[in-house]
Design a protein around this ligand. Sequence first.
Ligand code: SF4
Length: 405
Amino acid sequence: MKKTKTYLHNPGYLKIDLMLCGIRLNENAVKSLGIDLSTGYTGITGGLDIILPYKTWVNAPFLEDFAKNSPYELIQKDGKAFIKREGESVKVKIIPKPDFYKLKTTTGIPLSKIGNMHGSYVAITPDTRCEFFNMNIECRYCAGNFNSKGGVVYSVEEVLETVEAAYKEGKAEIVYLSIGFSETPDGGIEFLKPYIKAIKKHFNTIVAVEALPPKENKFIDETYAVGADSVLYNMEIFDEKLFKEICPGRDELIGRNRYINALKYAAKVFPNGTVASNLIVGLEPAESTMRGIDFLTDLGVVPILPIYRPVSSVKLLSYKIPSLDEIAPVYKHLYHAVKKNRINMNWVRDISVITTPIEAMFFTGDMSRFKTMMHKFYKSKLGLKTVWGLSTLRRKLRVREVGEG
Ligand code: SF4
């Protein structure tokens, strides 16, 4: 089969190629598909949310200059959306930006500033400061809105209003809270605690926390005890030398070994499949990312592999975007490593901005097998609340045990 056809008809390849190349979209398609460009189409996740076959979510850039040369075009026929490449097309679904983006908190802050939808996740950063910026040791790829001086802190009430609006609209299943670096030894969990507690009290939902590893393991216990269902300590780069160069703050003030030890410990505290760590694809050689995948999965940690795409404000502009052919073997490796280590793939799912381990199965080439697997996988979604219920019970038992010990 011709490569372009393989890319178009395999949702795993198509997702990554769309993230790399973007998609062309003319004014008529914007109009006929009812895309309202006035809200939500800015920033690193400001692309178009599309559901590809097999319920594969992708956030495809379309406003950036590079998207004008994309081999993919979004077309509309009889009210339906298709992605077209070289005379062939595949039917897709366009997901409009949520209506809650147009609302404001009672204090007057647009909810779109507080919560960002990434597939079934609403991502919230209650404190948008990161002290690495103050010391000029920020991660060299960082394109977030973090900085140490002009940052914003949203109140618990403002965050609750955002979560409520996302849930009312039926958009969110998981709340993803993240925090940048602060010099406190707890890695930010003391700050996040009232947010996690309030969300767990008011919503029957899963909460994932992305933070920098705390200095002591007791704060990992605390993260679990206060209600986080999942935790991410992102190494970002596995290679030791590149880690120092690209993540100077993480290297100097936390250290690669602390990442490893914190992840190792967290994987013993949290349920199987709920501890994860990002390794950014393209910022180190593919072999090094694959070594990182093996290392993390041996610890019982889920590697999450975002693709790096530079924006003009960051310090890695000499970086060359890798090709899909270079990247594909890394995702194939991810699927096999997660499976070999019997890590539960149910928790990390339906995210538009990264390829999840279950989606990495698309790279194994066994189309008939993945059809059955995806069917089973999505049937299991019905059981997500059951998994959540069991997880809550497990937490209660563990917290009691640790408290008694
Ligand atoms: S820890 Fe690194 S990636 Fe995260 S906000 Fe700070 S500088 Fe950016």
